[in-house]
Ligand binder design. Structure first.
Ligand SMILES: [Zn+2]
Length: 237
């Protein structure tokens, strides 16, 4: 019997065989070998479009904040700036206008960095440059949570035999500084991470007694880490 393919994100039955990249294509640093598999999962066109927009909004902001000399993030800050039309030639007039509008919008969000500002774990002023010459941009927490959950759902599909995270199970995303959660990090020691080139490292740990309860640690660009759990929400108190 043929099973119906469902969207990993909204669980609607797919009418067409459409797919979504677990890690967006444009997020892979240019140091990624061609042999690295770019994971894809079944996704409806609606989710694909919705998450594609979110990923782009997050990418522009996050990639601009990534240390420009890291091999794990090679080429990304440049790509972010180019998506604003800076340093690219040969664009069609329509595309040039589109990027100009985006640039105006993003530039309005950029402020001089105030030393001591709370940053997302992994981000912060770039070492080796004077702090008062640096800039900051706000990354909406909701945007990070939504994109992080999308990535976790994709990883679970790939790593756990095409599992869909369905009710009563739910994905919860956490923000944490590594040094504050040493106990939690120990659970990952027993499980080797899956490395997708220098850009991404995925660690997954399932509970002994309840293998559907899962923890994720996903390292992105050697810079920031998504911590997430998949748990039965009716048993969470
Ligand atoms: Zn969907």
């Amino acid at each position: 019997m043929a099973s119906i393919m469902k969207c990993v994100h909204c669980q609607k039955a797919l009418k067409k065989k459409t797919k979504d990249h677990v890690f967006p294509r444009s997020w892979y640093p240019k140091t990624t070998p061609a042999t690295v598999q770019r994971w894809t999962v079944p996704s409806c066109e609606e989710c694909n479009g919705k998450f594609g927009e979110m990923e782009k909004e997050l990418f522009i902001r996050a990639a601009m904040c990534v240390g420009p000399v890291k091999a794990e993030a090679a080429g990304l800050s440049r790509k972010a700036v180019e998506s604003l039309g800076v340093g690219v030639s040969g664009l069609s007039p329509a595309e040039r206008r589109h990027r100009q509008v985006l640039k105006t919008r993003i530039l309005k969000e950029i402020r001089p960095y105030k030393p001591g500002t709370e940053c997302f774990p992994g981000f912060g002023p770039h070492p080796g440059f004077p702090e008062d010459k640096q800039f900051e941009i706000r990354i909406p927490e909701k945007l990070v949570r939504q994109v992080a959950e999308k990535i976790v759902r994709g990883c679970e599909y790939v790593l756990a035999g095409k599992r869909l995270v369905e009710d009563p199970y739910a994905v919860e995303v956490y923000f944490a500084h590594d040094d504050k959660i040493q106990d939690v990090l120990r659970v990952f020691n027993r499980f080797g991470p899956v490395q997708l080139g220098p850009g991404f490292r995925v660690s997954r740990a399932a509970a002994h007694d309840e293998p559907n309860n899962v923890m994720y640690k996903i390292d992105i660009w050697g810079t920031w880490t998504i911590y997430a759990s998949i748990m039965d929400r009716t048993k969470l108190q």
